[in-house]
Write a protein that binds this ligand. Structure first.
Ligand SMILES: [Zn+2]
Ligand SMILES: [Zn+2]
Length: 167
């Protein structure tokens, strides 16, 4: 498995593939990044929650490079228009259909990527987990607002930290 995520401290894009340790220093800012690796993740290579932010839900989507898809589509459209200009009508349609089929085939062959709703960490080369579903806007909004709440709490919590240390 490979996890791509942003360092919670310096926001640098990082990739981890070693899940043996429970924490690892960020190669850029050298602060510790805690990994909440579950049994499912460690033993079965199965993403059941986010190892970075502990968000309990993740979603699955095709690991599709949108710009590549657009380039293929645009290429097909250009060739088709040129053929059309030369009055090669059915060839123009055939090319358009061919490129659409190529796009669809590529999409079918592409691997899937599992993504955390809250911190958007991406998990590649994981085993299939039937509990993980496609993206749902309602869940994304739920974890988005939780995230804002967490940040608000973090900003306003020094008082409580002081209370605990003075005990
Ligand atoms: Zn960092
Ligand atoms: Zn996360």
């Amino acid at each position: 498995m490979i996890i791509s995520f942003r360092c919670p401290h310096c926001q640098t894009e990082l990739q981890f593939d070693d899940l043996s340790a429970d924490q690892s220093p960020c190669p850029v800012c050298h602060q510790s990044i805690f990994l909440h690796v579950t049994t499912a993740l460690r033993q079965h290579n199965m993403a059941d929650q986010c190892a970075i932010c502990q968000c309990p839900q993740v979603y699955v989507q095709k690991d599709f490079n949108r710009s590549l898809g657009l380039i293929i589509f645009a290429g097909g459209a250009i060739v088709s228009v040129v053929l059309y200009a030369f009055n090669l009508i059915w060839q123009a349609f055939a090319v358009l259909l061919g490129f659409a089929a190529l796009d669809a085939l590529l999409f079918k062959l592409l691997p899937e990527v599992t993504i955390c709703y809250r911190c958007h960490a991406q998990y590649r080369r994981v085993s299939y987990n039937p509990d993980n579903k496609a993206f749902e806007l309602a869940l994304a909004e739920k974890y988005d607002s939780l995230d804002r709440h967490d940040k608000y709490q973090a900003q306003t919590s020094p008082d409580r930290l002081n209370e605990r240390t003075s005990d």
